[in-house]
Design a protein around this ligand. Structure first.
Ligand code: PGA
Ligand code: ZN
Length: 425
């Protein structure tokens, strides 16, 4: 039984205010939830409540914290923390809007995750074990950024994330070791070629390339320089985050000096997929371009994982609609896009029911919280996307996977290539 709820303002990885919620149960168990924050957000996702005005550049969360300490605390006190659906229903009903606009998704997601963590603590179980309820679950395959671009790096590349995946590793420990080698090699290569400008919001190298394709070439070279075979040991994954490129009905790629319509951006991405060892592409088109997403999935979906992030916004209804149109074969699951744990889980389950793959994801604004490492494992999502291989808000999640893999001992199963949709694997 929930006996108290406390909200406070804390700080995220960009030095911006965010919301933390703390839930205490009758037996003394405590659970915390820390709200992350996106920069390249979809129009259809649940929205954070920010104070506006001049303080903290308008990013203050006083009103969201007040919602946790006021209305939400009152509504949740006395509820059973083990009934996540019930608690989340109370949160959703109390907010009363379609997108958490009244109380703020930053308030609701922090509280919803705090309830979940408290319930696991009450059982004395790590969250992944509490969620898996004895079922055999896999340690997720990491998707790790090497170059950061788009909204996370002053738009130095049009494509937002250039990432790698190591699906044939036997363990997550090995997959991370290989990634560390590639990350280091990429940094050295960029320094040698005068392309290095620091690190981006999610810890990837902040590049200074003169075309998007140059980043792909550099990534292949980095994999080789690190001593691995591109397309055999290490694969490339892209998040085009095409929402950010969409203006007045077309896609603008300034780095490539290109203005593309929907068919043309799909053609460009399809060419990259033919010429480079790309296994996964996220948001190749913008959030409402159903024709483009269907086209991309039809052309590439047999060999490439086509992920909807801003396109699906962790919404079960949008997953259903997309699946009916043959758009996407994978869903990115960000709990704060939905606003509660239960709604995010429903999106994941809707995707799984269609035979899609599922990727639990962090946001570009993160905290030290490692809950998503547990959600990804406990829900057997198969994949985890957290950003790069630097900065402690990222490394905290990767390190938690190492602890989880160790805790599983001889029973540990690394998702590896089994994480992809059947056709792609
Ligand atoms: P965001 O970006 O957290 O800034 O929205 C992450 C992503 O697009 O996957
Ligand atoms: Zn994305």
């Amino acid at each position: 039984e929930i006996v108290s709820v406390k909200g406070r303002q804390i700080w995220d990885s960009r030095g911006r205010p965010t919301v933390e919620a703390e839930v205490t149960l009758a037996g003394g168990a405590i659970g915390r939830g820390l709200a992350p924050a996106g920069a390249s957000r979809g129009a259809h996702e649940a929205i954070d409540l920010r104070d506006g005005g001049h303080r903290f550049g308008g990013m203050g969360v006083d009103r969201a914290v007040a919602a946790v300490n006021g209305e939400l605390a009152k509504a949740l006190t006395g509820l059973d923390a083990a009934d996540q659906d019930g608690a989340d229903r109370v949160i959703v009903d109390l907010d009363g809007t379609a997108n958490k606009a009244r109380l703020g998704a930053n308030a609701t997601v922090a509280l919803s995750m705090a309830v979940l963590n408290a319930a696991a603590a009450a059982e004395g179980l790590p969250l992944w074990r509490y969620l898996s309820q004895g079922a055999r679950v896999r340690v997720p395959l990491p998707e790790i950024q090497i170059f950061g671009g788009g909204a996370h790096a002053g738009r130095r590349t049009d494509v937002q994330d250039f990432m790698v995946m190591v699906p044939h590793a036997d363990t997550v420990r090995k997959a991370l070791e290989v990634t560390a080698d590639v990350y280091r090699a990429a940094g050295a290569l960029m320094e040698e070629t005068g392309r290095l400008s620091g690190t981006a919001d999610e810890g990837g190298w902040w590049p200074n390339f003169s075309s998007n394709e140059e980043a792909l070439v550099a990534l292949v070279q980095s994999i080789e320089k690190a001593g691995y075979r591109p397309g055999e040991d290490v694969y490339i994954s892209l998040d085009v985050a095409a929402n950010e490129l969409f203006h007045e009905g077309g896609y603008r790629l300034p780095l490539d000096n290109a203005q593309l319509d929907s068919a043309a951006i799909v053609e460009r991405v399809a060419r990259w997929a033919r010429e480079y060892p790309i296994l996964s592409i996220e948001d190749p088109v913008s959030q409402d371009d159903m024709t483009g997403m269907t086209d991309a999935t039809r052309r590439l979906g047999d060999t490439v994982q086509i992920i909807g992030d801003d396109f699906l916004v962790t919404n079960a209804g949008r997953v259903e609609i997309a699946a009916a149109q043959g758009a996407c074969n994978a869903v990115l699951v960000k709990v704060n896009q939905a606003g509660t744990v239960s709604e995010a889980k429903r999106a994941l389950e809707a995707a799984r029911a269609k035979g899609w793959s599922t990727i639990v994801s962090a946001r570009s604004g993160e905290t030290e919280d490692v809950t998503i490492a547990h959600l990804s494992t406990g829900w057997d999502a198969g994949q985890l996307k957290v950003g790069s291989f630097a900065r402690s808000e990222r490394m905290a999640k990767w390190n938690e996977l190492l602890r989880i893999e160790d805790a599983m001992g001889a029973d540990a199963v690394f998702a590896g290539a089994s994480a992809f949709p059947a056709a792609v694997a």
